[in-house]
Structure formats: structure tokens, C-alpha cells
Design a binder for this molecule. Structure first.
Ligand SMILES: Cc1cc2nc3c(=O)[nH]c(=O)nc-3n(C[C@H](O)[C@H](O)[C@H](O)COP(=O)(O)O)c2cc1C
Length: 143
């Protein structure tokens, strides 16, 4: 998840708690720990969700590590809403802030989708049972 703070500095962190929420209107949700450093930036919006491709484990680890190293020597593009887009993302979902709902020690950030781009060829990075993985090839389906 990426955004720019009030000074224009790029901010972001790795999240797995992401889900689609609504089709009409198009809404997504992300659950952020209330201790997240840039929580106020994500509360304000806009933000972008960068769905990582398989093979981008290093980027996922980097965005869960020290904040000052996250964008170091990383060539980011600007999304339409101004948020940084991470290179080689499988999909980018641009959002404006819709609302925030409290959920235990997390905030559920609800974003209204303003733009979407997707690489049809790519495959997603999977995080499951505490480790990174790849989506298996689906067995042939009977028609
Ligand atoms: C695979 C993975 C998934 C994560 N998912 C979430 C998440 O859904 N929500 C969250 O608040 N933190 C999540 N984290 C933790 C944050 O990325 C990490 O704690 C980050 O350092 C917090 O941001 P901050 O350092 O900017 O405060 C995840 C970390 C990893 C490695």
C-alpha cells in the first residue's frame, strides 16, 4: 500500500489484509494495525494498492522493514492520483479514502477505486502460513 505524505514524501508498507468489498460502487478494504507509522496518511488518502507479482518477495520484505529503506533507489511511477506505483506490480488499484471502521487493534480502511490497471500475463506473489509461495497451475477443468 503506497501514498504520499503532506510533504510529498512517498510512504508505504506491506499488507496482506486486503480484500475486495463492493462492486457497485467499487470498494476495497485494507486492515492496518493502529501502530502503523503512517496511519494518518492512509486515513486521509488517496492511496494505491500494489499487488505484487511472484518473485517480488524481496520487495514485500523491504516494505515490512525499516521505513527509510523502503523507497531507496526504487524507480516509482506516479499513479493518476499521485501515489507511487511500485515497479513490476501485477496490478495497481488507485483509491480515494471512503471511510475507516475500527476493528480491534486494527483500522479497516475502505477505499473507493478510482482507477485500476492489471498485467494479464503475470502471476501473484502468495503469502501463506508465514511464508512466500506461488500460485500452482490449475489442473485442467472438464468442460
Ligand atoms: C507478508 C506481510 C503481510 C503484512 N500484512 C499487514 C497487514 O495486513 N496490516 C498491517 O498493518 N501490517 C501488515 N504487515 C506488517 C507491516 O508491513 C510492518 O509491520 C510494517 O513495518 C508496519 O509499518 P510501519 O513500519 O510503517 O509502521 C505485514 C507484513 C508482512 C511481511
Amino acid at each position: 500500500m503506497t501514498a504520499r505524505d503532506a510533504t510529498g514524501t512517498p510512504v508505504g508498507l506491506t499488507v496482506s489484509a486486503f480484500a475486495s468489498l463492493s462492486l457497485d460502487p467499487p470498494l476495497i478494504l485494507i486492515c492496518l494495525n493502529r501502530d502503523v507509522h503512517d496511519l494518518a496518511v492512509f486515513h486521509a488518502g488517496p492511496f494505491a494498492v500494489n499487488i505484487l507479482s511472484e518473485g517480488q518477495q524481496a520487495l514485500s520484505r523491504r516494505f515490512a522493514g525499516p521505513r527509510e529503506a523502503r523507497f531507496l533507489e526504487l524507480e516509482v511511477e506516479a499513479a493518476r492520483n499521485g501515489c507511487p506505483i511500485l515497479p513490476e506490480s501485477l496490478a495497481v488499484i488507485e483509491c480515494r479514502m471512503e471511510s475507516v471502521v475500527a476493528g480491534g487493534d486494527h483500522d479497516i480502511i475502505i477505499g473507493a477505486v478510482t482507477s485500476l490497471r492489471c498485467h494479464p500475463e503475470g502471476r501473484p506473489l502468495i503469502y501463506y502460513a508465514g511464508g512466500y509461495n506461488r500460485l500452482a497451475d490449475a489442473p485442467p477443468t472438464a468442460r
